[in-house]
Design a binder for this molecule. Structure first.
Ligand code: ADP
Length: 484
C-alpha cells in the first residue's frame, strides 16, 4: 500500500503537468499567431507545433487536449464563412495533427529504445572488460604484428603496450606463425604447440609456459583481425611438478612401509618356530650329554645351530626396528592442507575408476600433530580402498570428512557407498596379507593401522551413513594457543 500511493500521486502529477503543458502550448501558439497577423491569416497552422510539442513532451490525453483547445479557440476566435468550412478545417487539423503526433511518439519510442540499447551495450561492454581484465588478450593484424595488448597481457610479458605494438608476436612467443591460424580455416580454437605448450619470452630473457586460444574476425576494412587469449601455465606446471614429487615420495614411503609390515609379520610368524627349534636343540643337547652318546664335536655343532637360530631371530627383529614407525617425530600440520595437497593424486585414483572424490575437511581448528607424508600415505590407502569398493555402484560416492571433535582431537574419516564390511570380517581385514582382490597385497590396512597408531590414534571401521564402509581415526590437535 505504502509503495502504491507515491506511484499514484506521481501519475496524477504527470497528468496535470501534461494538461498544463497543453494549455501553455496552445496559448503560446495563439500569441505567435497574433504576432503573424500583419503577414496574413494563419488559422490552424501555428497550432500544429503546439500539438507536436505536447506530443513530444507529454502523453496522449494532453495531446488530445491541445488539439481540442486549438479547434475550440479557432472556432471561437476566427469567423468562418460557413459551418461546413469551419467543420472541414477543424477535421483536417485534427487528422493532420494526430498523424504528426503519432510520428512524434514513434520518434520518441525509437529514441527510448536507442537509449536502452546503448545502456545495455555499455553494461555488456563493462562486463566484458571486467571479465577480460584478468585474461591476457593480444590482438594481431593479418601479418602477425601486435595491434594491442590489454593490461593483463602487458603484465604477463612485462612489456608496455606502446613498446609491444607493431612487433611480430613471434618475438614474444617463438615459433608462433600467424599463417597457422589464417590457414586453419576455423574461426577460433586452441593453437597447438610443438612441445605441448608455447613459451612466452620476457625482455629479461625469462621464459614461461603458455597456452594460446585464438579467435578470428574481420575488422572494419574486411582484413582478418586476430585475438589471442593467453594462459600462463607456470602455476599449473608448478602444481603438476609438486604432485609428481608427492607421488614419488608416497611410492617410496609405501615401499618402506610395506616392507616394514612384512618384516613385522615375518618377525611375528617366525619368532615362535625359531624359539621352538632353539628349545628343541637345547633339549636334545641336554639328552645327548646325559646319555654320553656323542663327543664334543657333535655338541658344538648343535650349539652352533642354536646360535644361528638366535641370529636369525635378531636379524628379523633388527629389520623390524629399522622400518618401524614407532619412534618418528610428529610435526605441527594443518589437516586440511595435508588432504588438499593430495587432491591431484586422489583425483587420479578416482578418475581411473570414474569416481569423483568429495572432500569435506574443515579448515578451522585443524592444526594437528602429524608426520605429513605418513598421514598422506594412510589417506591414499583408505581412499584407494574406498574407490575400489564402490566400483559396482551406479552412483559411486567417496567422501573424506575431517573436523575437530573435541578440544584435543580432530577426526578424519573416509567413507563410501560400497558394500561395506561384514561384522565377522572386521578383525580379518586388518591382518597383513589378507585380501579379497585378485591383484591385492593385503597390506594397505595393516600399514594404515600402523601409521595411525604411530600418531597415537586407533583405526576404526563402521558403517557409513552413505551406506558402505567408514574408516576413521583421530589425530591429536595442537593446543588451542598454537591454533590461534
Ligand atoms: P588390499 O587393498 O590389497 O586388498 P587392504 O589391507 O587395503 O589390502 O584391504 C584388505 C581388504 O579389506 C580388501 O581386500 C577388502 O576386502 C577390504 N576392504 C578394505 N577397504 C574396504 C572398503 N572401503 N569397503 C569394503 N571392503 C574394504
Amino acid at each position: 500500500m505504502d509503495s502504491i500511493l507515491p506511484l499514484a500521486s506521481a501519475v496524477t502529477r504527470r497528468r496535470w503537468s501534461g494538461i498544463l503543458l497543453a494549455i501553455i502550448a496552445v496559448a503560446g501558439a495563439l500569441g505567435f499567431r497574433s504576432l503573424l497577423e500583419g503577414l496574413g491569416q494563419f488559422y490552424y497552422l501555428p497550432m500544429v507545433p503546439a500539438v507536436m510539442i505536447t506530443a513530444l513532451l507529454a502523453g496522449r490525453t494532453a495531446t488530445a487536449l491541445a488539439a481540442i483547445l486549438s479547434i475550440a479557440v479557432n472556432l471561437t476566435l476566427v469567423p468562418r464563412e460557413s459551418l461546413t468550412d469551419a467543420a472541414t478545417n477543424a477535421f483536417l487539423f485534427a487528422g493532420v495533427s494526430w498523424i504528426l503526433a503519432e510520428v512524434c511518439w514513434a520518434m520518441r519510442a525509437m529514441q527510448d529504445r536507442t537509449r536502452d540499447l546503448s545502456r545495455q551495450l555499455a553494461a555488456k561492454d563493462a562486463m566484458l572488460n571486467t571479465a577480460l581484465a584478468s585474461v591476457p588478450v593480444v590482438t594481431l593484424d593479418a601479418g602477425g604484428a601486435v595491434q594491442s595488448l590489454n593490461p593483463a597481457a602487458a603484465t604477463l610479458f612485462d612489456l608496455p603496450e606502446t613498446v609491444a605494438r607493431g612487433r611480430p608476436f613471434a618475438l614474444l612467443a617463438p615459433g608462433f606463425d600467424v599463417e597457422a591460424i589464417l590457414g586453419a580455416g576455423a574461426s577460433g580454437g586452441a593453437l597447438e604447440a610443438r612441445e605441448g605448450h608455447w613459451t612466452g619470452l620476457r625482455p629479461d630473457g625469462g621464459g614461461f609456459p603458455l597456452s594460446i586460444q585464438y579467435g578470428l574476425a574481420p575488422d572494419a576494412d574486411g582484413q582478418p583481425h586476430i585475438a589471442l587469449c593467453l594462459t600462463d601455465l607456470s602455476r599449473w606446471h608448478a602444481a603438476d611438478a609438486q604432485a609428481r614429487e608427492l607421488h614419488a615420495q608416497l611410492n617410496k614411503v609405501w615401499r618402506l612401509n610395506s616392507l616394514g609390515e612384512m618384516a613385522a609379520t615375518l618377525a611375528h610368524e617366525l619368532n615362535q618356530p625359531l624359539s621352538a627349534a632353539a628349545t628343541y636343540l637345547h633339549a636334545s643337547q641336554v639328552d645327548m650329554e646325559r646319555a654320553g652318546l656323542l663327543g664334543d664335536s657333535a655338541l658344538r655343532t648343535v650349539e652352533l645351530a642354536k646360535g644361528q637360530l638366535l641370529r636369525a631371530g635378531k636379524i628379523i627383529r633388527r629389520m623390524r626396528e629399522l622400518l618401524s614407525l614407532e619412534a618418528r617425530k610428529l610435526d605441527s600440520e594443518r589437516a586440511s592442507s595435508m588432504v588438499e595437497d593430495l587432491g591431484p593424486i586422489l583425483n587420479m585414483i578416482g578418475s581411473s575408476k570414474g569416481v569423483a572424490i568429495r572432500m569435506e575437511v574443515a579448515a578451522e581448528d585443524d592444526r594437528v600433530q602429524a608426520e605429513r607424508i605418513q598421514f598422506q600415505q594412510a589417506m591414499v590407502n583408505l581412499t584407494r580402498n574406498a574407490v575400489e569398493a564402490v566400483g559396482d555402484q551406479a552412483a559411486p560416492e567417496v567422501v573424506i570428512f575431517g573436523r575437530p571433535v573435541s578440544a584435543t582431537h580432530y577426526r578424519i574419516s573416509v567413507e563410501d557407498n560400497g558394500p561395506g564390511i561384514a561384522d565377522d570380517q572386521i578383525e580379518r581385514i586388518f591382518q597383513p596379507l589378507t585380501t579379497t582382490k585378485s591383484g591385492g597385497m593385503g597390506l594397505g590396512l595393516s600399514v594404515t593401522r600402523t601409521i595411525v597408531e604411530s600418531h597415537g590414534g586407533r583405526l576404526q571401521v563402521s558403517r557409513s551413513a552413505l551406506g558402505g564402509a567408514a574408516f576413521s581415526f583421530t589425530l591429536n590437535r595442537e593446543s588451542s594457543v598454537e591454533n590461534a
